[in-house]
Design a protein around this ligand. Structure first.
Ligand code: DAT
Ligand code: MG
Length: 139
């Protein structure tokens, strides 16, 4: 039995591109459970918490602007090894390099923007997952 959980975001390019169903389908087809889901328009304060590790980097401001540019979908998914498993489904950060068969590899490409637009976010560790789930799904 496992209670591994991860925080997944479908970013504005994913929602705007009509890919919500496709992304959820890939999560469910892999066998992970959707425990919680909400659509929202993120504000700067929320994104500052979520992306705290990137504050000060050259792409930070473009990243926040991009994430505020349209609605996003926040999802808690669960299953054994779901953190690593979803990162594997998503593919690497750069959609040009993300392999075919991955969400980023199949559904995104370089748009020439200051921030990489790559459809989804997935937590990168149990600590990040717990922190990020609390940000998007406060008790
Ligand atoms: P990931 O989303 O794969 O965990 P990350 O946490 O390092 O990647 O960065 C968060 C987001 O910021 C990433 O999804 C896309 C963007 N990004 C990361 N590195 C970048 C860079 N060097 N230039 C432009 N955008 C970048
Ligand atoms: Mg990250």
């Amino acid at each position: 039995m496992s209670t591994d959980k991860t925080l997944i975001l479908i970013k504005p390019d994913g929602v705007g591109g009509g890919l919500v169903g496709e992304v959820i389908s890939r999560i469910e087809s892999k066998g992970y459970a959707i425990d919680a889901l909400r659509m929202l328009k993120a504000d700067r304060a929320l994104l500052e918490k979520h992306y705290a590790e990137h504050i000060g980097k050259p792409f930070y401001e473009p990243l926040v602007e991009f994430m505020m540019s349209g609605p996003i979908v926040a999802i808690v998914a669960s299953g054994n090894c779901v953190i690593e498993g979803f990162r594997s489904l998503a593919g690497v950060t750069d959609p040009t390099l993300a392999g075919p068969g991955t969400i980023r590899g199949d559904l995104a490409r370089d748009q020439g923007t200051k921030v990489v637009q790559n459809i989804v976010h997935g937590s990168d560790s149990p600590e990040s997952a717990a922190r990020e789930i609390a940000i998007f799904f406060p008790k």
